[in-house]
Design a protein around this ligand. Structure first.
Ligand SMILES: [Zn+2]
Length: 373
């Protein structure tokens, strides 16, 4: 029975893929520009979506296709909203992946001139059921040069019904002739807080019992990629644990949760050396990865330093929740700017030594002693 239950979790990423522009996270400016173009009926013939993997490029490409061909889009001129209805035949076909007028090509496995020639044949035909035929070419940088040249000719004289959305993780490899024909959007890695909140929402929805500390570690490990965050969550669920604790996440991913860091830096703020040494002994005994701890601590020192310079910098950083920022502001009162500066320096050199040491705890302890004199 558990087996069948867990099977359904494999579709987390697909299940929670945004179906409207308003559900897209972290790419507000791109979404606003595209909605503006849709409202003004000025959608271009070719777009290039650049950016790291898992940041929403193909999701947004599909949303554009859906919005373009939707039979009754939700339009609000004043609020600058243009959303697909997700109800009409066209939206339905795209949501089911069966739309004949949305053609998705993976350039990594269709790299050559022959494929592009075939594509050109398809492009000539009018859409089957809709106003536009939308071509999404993913990982477009993988195309061969002859294929790029063939594509260029199409982009130079596109049929009125054809819209091209090219996506890539590596825009440097795209010929300038192509770049000059497209409107380009640069996608950013998603802030850690955004991933944390989304994973929390999914966990609630799926009735998964997972501690905030564990979600925090998953969001860190996702490194700006929502898809990675969701697949990590899926892996933990599939492992069959009914309760996912902070310790589970720490031991699997070799990372340190923010809660532990806060605890450690409370002791640092109090200059409680005995407490610090006891903390490290306990954590190491429970299997904490000291290298991971050192890395995370360097960031924490940096946060304290930033908050001394200007608290707004912590918000801009995009990795911290409001509560975490509040905590750092409190600790800052007891940790001077000079100490934070020294902390970054000493922990950075301790990290180098620890990586080459059979006893990584020694350089860490020395660094602490140097900062707290
Ligand atoms: Zn629709």
């Amino acid at each position: 029975m558990i087996y069948f239950k867990s099977m359904s979790y494999q579709v987390l990423y697909r299940k929670y893929r945004p179906q409207t522009f308003s559900e897209v996270l972290g790419q507000e400016r791109i979404v606003a520009t595209l909605q503006g173009a849709l409202l003004q009926k000025r959608v271009g013939h070719a777009y290039l979506l650049c950016g790291p993997r898992g940041t929403g490029k193909t999701t947004i490409a599909r949303l554009v296709a859906k919005a373009l061909n939707c039979q009754s889009p939700k339009i609000n001129e004043k609020e600058k909203i243009f959303e697909p209805c997700n109800n009409c035949i066209s939206c339905d076909a795209i949501n089911k992946g069966s739309d004949l007028d949305l053609i998705e090509i993976d350039a990594a496995s269709n790299r050559g001139i022959d494929e592009i020639r075939q594509l050109k044949e398809v492009i000539r035909f009018s859409p089957a059921n809709s106003r536009f035929k939308v071509f999404i070419i993913d990982e477009v940088h993988m195309l061969t040069l002859p294929a790029f040249n063939a594509l260029l000719k199409t982009l130079e004289e596109p049929p009125a019904h054809a819209i091209f959305i090219l996506a890539t993780t590596d825009p440097e490899k795209i010929p300038p002739t192509i770049l000059s024909r497209v409107q380009r959007f640069n996608f950013k890695k998603l802030p850690q807080v955004t991933i944390f909140n989304k994973l929390k929402e999914i966990s609630k929805e799926e009735k998964i019992n997972i501690e905030d500390g564990a979600l925090d570690i998953l969001a860190q490990a996702a490194d700006g990629c929502m898809r990675d965050g969701q697949s990590l969550l899926t892996q933990f669920i599939l492992s069959g644990d009914l309760h996912i604790s902070e310790e589970d996440a720490m031991s699997v991913l070799g990372r340190v949760s923010f809660v532990r860091l806060e605890e450690f830096f409370d002791l640092v703020a109090q200059k409680n050396l005995a407490g610090i040494f006891k903390f490290l002994e306990k954590e190491e005994g429970e299997g904490m990865n000291l290298i991971g701890f050192l890395q995370a601590s360097i960031f924490y020192w940096r946060y304290i330093l930033l908050s001394h310079i200007d608290e707004k910098l912590l918000l801009q950083d995009g990795h911290l929740t409001q509560e975490q920022i509040k905590k750092i502001s409190e600790q800052k009162k007891l940790i001077s700017k000079d100490e934070a500066f020294k902390g970054v320096e000493e922990f950075s050199s301790a990290l180098v030594s620890a990586k080459n040491s059979p006893l990584p705890r020694i350089p860490l302890e020395l660094a602490i002693l140097k900062v707290i004199e």
